[in-house]
Design a protein around this ligand. Structure first.
Ligand code: S3P
Length: 168
């Protein structure tokens, strides 16, 4: 059982991923954290030193390495993971994808507090942040919507995840 949690930055992929993995007694992987460990640089540093294209290649490579070496896990993907290369098809073929669908207003509130830790959001004013989330989420929806399961933020709970995953 391979479960890939996808969704925008701030949608709670890591939070729910950890809980889900504990409940299912299977390993948890945070894709960003794995890239950071193998590169020896933070995500901000990778973007700054090597650029986004390099990060996307490493992200894809790490996704493949983990998926091909483990048959069971919960993975919290990065917000952009399903939107590059054929990553969404790859994840759908390898396991179950779950999109945490969070409204723009909630994402905005959460990301306001932590925007400086994220390379794509650094230095944005509040208004620019709101426009960025609205535009980017609009662009990315076509990828997120390809998920096997969609969980809306209002109905999110561990039991709901389990119910949906076992009925997929
Ligand atoms: C990104 C999301 C981040 C991280 C990188 C790029 C994106 O992951 O992979 O900063 O393109 O949305 P989280 O969604 O875990 O913050």
């Amino acid at each position: 059982m391979r479960i890939f949690l996808i969704g925008f930055m701030g949608s709670g992929k890591t939070h729910w991923g950890r809980q889900l993995s504990q409940k299912l007694s299977i390993p948890f992987f945070d894709l960003d954290e794995q890239v950071v460990n193998s590169e020896g640089h933070s995500i901000n540093e990778i973007f700054e030193i090597f650029g986004e294209e390099y990060f996307r290649l490493k992200e894809k490579g790490t996704l493949h390495i983990i998926s091909e070496s483990h048959s069971s896990f919960v993975m919290a993907c990065g917000g952009g993971t399903p939107c590059y290369f054929n990553n969404i098809e790859y994840m759908n073929q390898s396991g179950t994808t779950v999109w945490i669908n969070t409204p723009v207003q909630i994402l905005f509130k959460r990301l306001l507090k932590e925007k400086n830790h994220r390379p794509l959001l650094r230095g944005l004013t509040d208004q620019q942040l709101m426009s960025f989330i609205t535009k980017k989420l609009g662009d990315r929806k076509i990828y997120y919507e390809q998920a096997t399961i969609i969980i809306d933020d209002e109905e999110i709970s561990l039991d709901h995840f389990i119910e949906e995953i076992f009925h997929a």
